[in-house]
Design a protein around this ligand. Structure first.
Ligand code: URA
Ligand code: ZN
Length: 361
């Protein structure tokens, strides 16, 4: 059974050139006051600070596909389903988004074709463009040999994933049987991290902001009835659903006790979160430890869990470490939870991805 990584990013050359041309977030540049720090990638407003946490060091592992293949070889990964990393094209002026998405998607499709059998991809949508241009790109992607879905953040067309203006986009994705890889970027408002947040590196926004952002986005989709309207819409949630498997019971209980929803008639004939978790949602296994993995399995089932690494983020901090701790934590959790059940462990490490993403087509 092949090992498949479904959560692995790349900033293809066309995107890197765009970031290098910019001086406000998101941008990529080196700083004259700290030339030894080399080039840095700054994608979040909270990281745009005068400190060692200004963005992150960036090297060819972020944009050179041969480094992706070397990483795969070093970690026994046979196939990667690559996706553009955040913040995608969310920030582009509306008039430039559609053409930029075409250039980037063509760039990614070319990379996959040049490494036949080892790379597939989730495409990128021009979400700042009018909805009909987004739909056109969804249709174009569905004709590309290596594309298996789309990666998307939580902002939708600018006001979140509960926006009814997304209906034609959900319909086009559902109809073309593509998978949405839903991934956080925006986190939570900076003030929740407190006045000493800069002392804590990126820990609070990455460990808590990202997963809560995903959880809130999916709950807003649920509350606005996205899965009642699009019953076959399939979504792969990053980081094992944020905190969704753990909080699903509380979310359902709050809905069941909400007088406003009852008064509006919204408690009748609704699909509940447990049903959606088992029929529409897939979870990656990027959760780094047994308890989170077990919650994900409880919520969606081991046949809906897919191994991932989040490469090239979370590299080892010390030079010379060839095996990445971030990768090992994820694969060890699968091994430990499925001790004595190699078949299910193999399914999570790759078999599920082959089946769900039709990688043997
Ligand atoms: N940090 C990011 O900004 N994106 C990721 O995918 C992982 C870490
Ligand atoms: Zn990621």
């Amino acid at each position: 059974m092949p090992v498949v990584d479904v959560h692995t990013h790349v900033y293809p050359p066309a995107y890197t050139a765009l970031l290098r041309s910019r001086t406000t977030v998101p941008y990529m540049r080196s700083f004259p006051d700290a030339p030894s720090a080399g080039e840095r990638l700054v994608i979040l407003p909270a990281e745009d600070t005068e400190s060692t946490s200004r963005g992150r060091p960036i090297g060819p592992e972020y944009y050179d596909i041969s480094q992706k293949l070397a990483f795969m070889d070093a970690h026994g990964i046979d196939v990667s389903v690559i996706s553009l990393a955040n913040p995608w094209l969310d920030w582009l002026p509306a008039g430039e988004a559609a053409e930029t998405a075409r250039v980037i998607n063509d760039d990614v499709e070319r990379m996959c074709a040049e490494h036949q059998g080892r790379l597939y991809a989730f495409g990128t949508l021009p979400l700042s463009a009018p909805a009909h241009e987004v739909v056109a790109e969804i249709k174009r992607l569905s004709g590309m040999k290596h594309m298996r879905g789309v990666i998307m953040g939580t902002s939708g067309l600018g006001s979140g994933l509960d926006d009814p203006a997304l209906n034609p986009i959900w319909a086009a994705i559902e109809e073309s049987k593509q998978l949405i890889f839903l991934h956080p970027h925006y986190g939570l408002p900076g003030d929740v991290y407190g006045p000493r947040a800069n002392d804590y590196g990126h820990v609070l926004p990455l460990a808590m902001g990202f997963p809560l952002e995903t959880t809130i986005a999916v709950t807003r989709m649920l509350l606005s009835g996205v899965w009642d309207r699009f019953q076959n819409l399939e979504v792969l949630l990053a980081h094992s659903g944020g905190t969704l498997p753990f909080l699903a019971g509380r979310i359902e209980s709050c809905i069941a006790h909400d007088a406003h929803l009852k008064h509006e008639g919204k408690l009748e004939k609704r699909r509940d979160l447990w049903d959606i978790l088992k029929k529409n949602i897939y979870l990656d296994a990027v959760v780094y430890a047994d308890p989170g993995l077990k919650a994900a399995i409880e919520a969606s089932g081991a046949d809906r869990l897919l191994f991932g690494t989040d490469h090239p983020f979370f590299p080892p901090l010390d030079e010379g470490e060839t095996e990445w701790l971030s990768v090992k934590s994820n694969s060890n959790a699968v091994k430990s939870v499925f001790q004595g059940d190699q078949k299910t462990a193999d399914a999570i490490m790759g078999g599920n991805a082959v089946r769900i993403l039709r990688l043997d087509d």
